[in-house]
Design a protein around this ligand. Structure first.
Ligand code: F6R
Length: 610
């Protein structure tokens, strides 16, 4: 949430910052601002709305400079407007701060600062930083020490950057709980909350850790802990290209990412399938496989779509491994003093690897001695780095706020983990080979489903004005139903609920009438006949049925108003296929309603605040 970009060097920083903010806009997009050192002063321009509003303003005002910081905001404290947009100034406007995170004790700090004469202009928690740092500068400390002393009084999370007009040769940055990276250039340095803002300029990236503070100059940087201990940081090279984070000819990132799934799924499996042995090879688990095999219980913790992937994981682990598995929202897990036994393993699933609740849950599980495994998409992200071991999903950058390809890749990785462990337990080589074969065929089958795009768009046309939707599925398709409902509500703002199909009779059926579309995930599997009965029950109440069914199923044609037929696959891989038509359905309904699917209202891609 919120995007941070900064530059120090010889070039004009403004276009670099604006370009970086546009790349980060998926992290927050209610207002944006930039601050640039201009002689002895700092020029700040802020605008409500998208980064293009800010871009127009800085162009109009001809703002230029060699040192600057910028921010795109997702509001936490104070409504989205120009005053609350970052950067925030100190009293004499010689110092500015941009911040991603939440200062939990901001009220008491604000009262203390007001008592000594500071006047606040905004409703934000961030402004507290500006005045608090200023209060140390007034005591004679330089800006770096003042930031460090201020941070020692803060409870909460931050990725922040500070510029001080009287020390214009540096930007001071710090991190606690919100991501922050630095890009190293040739006599120029960059800072950002996310690597994607920087890769057009450099691939040499330094990842800051919690509790670190750095002075970033044009030609070097100095990192310390907030307790003043110097530390050495080494840059790593990221292999990400600008093409990967562009729309590639599509109207939206979301459509690009849906359409990319044959490739993203291939990438998630690349080098990991061993057909001859009917198993999977996962380098990131090599050191912990024996421990995992000895585990008596698995826990999975995540948020949102990643939590849905976790629920599919529960079905896979329990069915194939016979290991009891519990899935819990990270936000609940972290606060309820979870019971963790020495022979438990906890999986943390996160596309961004930065979700605040998931990261805090990971740290809590580590404190309690659990073996912690990360399933992350963003390489080098906090969850990936702090886990004991893990597997990257390698879906490639996901920019659209609604998760699509990251979800299917999470399901692939969960399946590969299952396959690897099941083959070490009781799965036969013949079954293992069948599953490997099913994975090998997946990209082709996904491509077949994507060809249904036009017909799914036609179905969307008929339901774009619905006020409610139900999504029903059984077994591992129940979490897919949840995911389908989430996709629809987050981008189309239509109320949608997912339920296990049989549970419908215990309440939701009361909602069904001729205005209620019900999406059934009804592949031909062991529960098919039960699903058919559930469809009949909806039809008897005049509900409109949209069914996701397998291609050779003719029975379903007489039952459903609309049928989306998809190729059949193995039990383990089927949820990957059933998820895709639901992504397309949600997408087209939202687009037909004229909505911005890449940046739905109130949402942000990476939820780095609680
Ligand atoms: C929904 C969506 C969110 C995320 C959730 C967790 O489309 O994207 O529900 O899944 O915020 O994010 P990660 O996976 O980055 O931890």
């Amino acid at each position: 949430m919120c995007g941070i970009v900064g530059y120090i060097g010889k070039k004009n920083c403004v276009p670099i910052i604006i370009e970086g903010l546009k790349r980060l806009e998926y992290r927050g997009y209610d207002s944006a601002g930039v601050g640039v050192i201009a002689g002895d002063d700092i020029t700040v321009v802020k605008r409500k709305g998208k980064v293009t509003e800010l871009q127009n303003a800085v162009t109009e005002q001809n703002v230029t400079g060699n040192v600057g910081i910028g921010h795109t905001r997702w509001a936490t404290h104070g409504e989205p407007n120009e005053i609350n947009a970052h950067p925030h100034y100190n009293q004499d406007r010689s110092l500015i701060v941009i911040h991603n995170g939440i200062i939990e004790n901001y009220n008491s700090l604000k009262t203390g600062l007001k008592n000594i004469g500071y006047e606040f202009r905004s409703d934000t928690d961030t402004e507290v930083f500006a005045h608090l740092i200023d209060s140390f500068i007034r005591r004679g400390y330089d800006v770096s020490k003042s930031v460090r002393l201020a941070l020692n009084e803060i409870d909460g999370t931050y990725g922040l950057a500070v510029m001080y007009a009287k020390e214009p040769d540096k930007i001071v940055v710090a991190r606690q709980g919100s991501p922050l990276v630095m890009g190293i250039g040739d006599n120029e340095n960059f800072i950002a909350s996310d690597v994607s803002a920087l890769i057009a300029y450099t691939k040499q990236i330094v990842y800051f850790e919690d509790g670190e503070i750095a002075e970033v100059y044009a030609d070097h940087f100095v990192t310390k802990t907030i307790h003043d201990k110097e530390i050495e940081k080494i840059a790593t090279e990221v292999n990400l290209t600008v093409d990967e984070i562009d729309k590639g000819g599509y109207d939206t990132f979301m459509m690009k990412e849906i359409m990319e799934q044959p490739d993203s799924c291939t990438n998630s499996m690349r080098g990991r399938l061993v057909f001859d042995e009917g198993t999977a090879k996962l380098g990131g688990l090599t050191d912990v496989v024996e421990k995992l095999l000895d585990c008596k219980r698995f826990l999975i913790s995540a948020c949102g779509t990643s939590w849905h992937a976790g629920l599919v994981g529960e079905y896979l682990f329990e069915h194939y491994l016979r290991i009891p598995t519990e899935v819990e929202y990270a936000s609940e897990f972290r606060y309820r003093n979870p019971i963790i036994y020495p022979d438990d393993a906890v999986f943390f699933i996160s596309q961004s690897g930065e979700t605040a609740d998931s990261l805090a849950a990971l740290r809590e599980a580590k404190r309690k001695g659990a073996l912690c495994l990360g399933i992350c998409n963003v390489v080098g992200s906090s969850i990936a780095r702090e886990s004991h071991a893990g597997v990257y999903t390698h879906a490639g950058p996901e920019i659209g706020v609604a998760s699509t390809k990251a979800f299917t890749s999470q399901l692939i990785v969960l399946g590969l983990i299952t396959l690897l462990l099941a083959r070490r337990k009781s799965m036969s080589i013949a079954e293992g080979k069948e599953i490997v074969h099913a994975y090998q065929e997946l990209p082709h089958k996904i491509a077949e489903i994507l060809k249904l795009n036009k017909s799914i768009e036609e179905i969307a046309e008929q339901f774009k004005n619905a006020n409610n939707f139900l999504y029903l599925g059984r077994g591992a398709h129940f979490p897919v139903a949840l995911e389908g409902a989430l996709k629809l509500k987050e981008i189309s703002y239509i109320h949608a609920e997912g339920y296990p199909a049989a549970e419908m009779k215990h309440g939701p059926i009361a909602l069904v009438d001729e205005n209620m579309p019900v999406v059934f995930i009804a592949p031909k599997d062991s529960t098919y006949e039960k699903i058919v009965s559930n469809i009949e029950e909806i039809r008897a109440r005049k509900g409109k049925v949209i069914a996701i069914a397998t291609e050779n199923d003719t029975e379903i044609d007489r039952l459903a108003d609309h049928v989306i037929k998809i190729p059949n696959s193995a039990r383990m891989t089927m949820p990957i296929l059933t998820a895709i038509p639901l992504q397309l359905l949600a997408y087209h309904i939202a687009v037909k309603k004229g909505l911005n699917v890449d940046q739905p209202r109130n949402l942000a891609k990476s939820v780095t605040v609680e």
